[in-house]
Design a binder for this molecule. Sequence first.
Ligand code: PPS
Length: 575
Amino acid sequence: INNAPHGGVLKDLVVRDEPMREKLLLEAERLQEIILTDRQICDLELILNGGFSPLEGFMNQADYTSVVETMRLADGTLFPIPITLDVSAGDVKTLGIAPNARIALRDPRDDTLLAVLTVQDVYTYNKKNEAVKVFGADDIAHPAVKYLYDRCKEYYVGGKLQAIKLPTYFDYVALRYTPTELRAHFNKLAWRKVVAFQTRNPMHRAHRELTVRAARLRQANVLIHPVVGMTKPGDVDHYTRVRVYQSILPRYPNGMAHLALLPLAMRMAGPREAVWHAIIRKNFGATHFIVGRDHAGPGKNSQGKDFYGPYDAQELVTKFQEELHIEMVPFQQMTYVPSLDEYQPVDEVVPGTQTLDISGTELRKRLRTSAPIPDWFSYDPVVKVLRKSYPPRDKQGFVLFLTGLYNSGKDTIARALQTVLNQQGGRSVSLLLGETVRSELSSDLGFSRDDRHTNIQRIAFVSAELTRAGAAVIAAPIAPYADSRKAAKETIMSTGGSGANFFLIYVATPLEHCEKHDKRGNYAKARRGEIKGFTGIDDPYEAPTDADLVVDISKQTVPEIVHNIVLLLESSNLI
Ligand code: PPS
């Protein structure tokens, strides 16, 4: 027998509404619709499948206020996180969102109608109050507070839902279980006690040891229940993590552990989030829940201090232990004891014993630099998965972005660099000369400020895609505007994957030199007014102050310059 759901009844709306599915779908096709955001889709899925039982919809004002102020629904049931559907004032008006209206909810990824909402109320809310009460601080260093201020629209819509279907997934479909399915699975295996382990990080030996220990002490089984919805920005992507979980699973005693993915949008709300996590795991049938040190912590606030105390989460869950009906297992910080070749909880280690640990930061560094990761820390298959996702420096892509005046020598340098990198081998090298880009990608553009900006953003887009695939990119447009260069760098750093490396090289050859050696006579034409708005003559060039390297063809030879750039790449361990 599994643990009873929160509130007593599992609110599996998909199962409940199955008989009227066709009817709802027909109706929904004629209704006004809200196109859901990524976070709203995550929330909706867990309302529809019962993961958020006893919720049957998005919170109305009475529930919202009560949850924010007291961590309880209006009827007194413990529920620590507001689950709200935010809409803009414009939508309220144009969609006719008002009490009793029926609104269809659509998944923008495949246009599927997921549910019908019967509006109870539409209300404004106080963002600052929500930030302070729910997340503990009015500070946008907190990702959920930032989301609240930047992304949440000004109204919340409360109302119950009728389910049409759950969102469709194409990744790891077999590992996605609804609470009903997971409960059925536990019943089938006759699992009576299940210790759930929440994680948003890769798992290593310490996690395996701690979950096995927690289970053995209670003669229970283990549910590895990682979040694959939305986690903290900057986390290891869920594809990589799921491959890690799959490769650690065989290291558990036969039949002890099961892996299921949770499509939750985390809020990183620390103590309140831990209580929420416990409720969700109870709904999925677990009897025990591991709460870690700084559970669901968002890191440092804008003052550089932790948002929550390390044991605040454990304390709050303990406080509600009676009502929660899921037993908390406090996360014991595990440490490796080499003399025993064993992991032990930090507080059980005999004082004076040598212990070993590798921090998350240290691990990322070792992955980045291909440094060894010892057997005592992780398992070979896990390390292999991570190494593939964090290619060593010499397999990562990079962008050399050369900026400078027309005829400053940047094209010559770029061509020479291409040859040198090809000689090195190991990467495909792409050359994006101003001229090539202008004819192949930007033939529709002229030389206004806006057009030049667009041109540079197109170069950035292509560069980001290429670096992500591990290529070396040499781009050499004039790129006269600092704003455009900055935006290009951001595009490349944010979409270029874990191997995004960007170097700005300022080819600072003075105008006189560029002009004097201009065999094509473009400067002469510009001086005569035959070309208008020519960079350096009657159009600005904003010299970079943030270049990684400054070179000058009037003072250095091309081989010298190329050598300097190669040294720059070498010192970054890229070649
Ligand atoms: S930008 O500002 O970065 O978008 O410029 P870029 O794409 O590098 O384009 C430089 C080439 O366009 C020719 N050209 C001009 N440059 C500057 N200003 C004006 N008004 C202008 N009009 C045309 C310039 O000669 C470069 O040509 P190539 O073929 O590279 O020599």
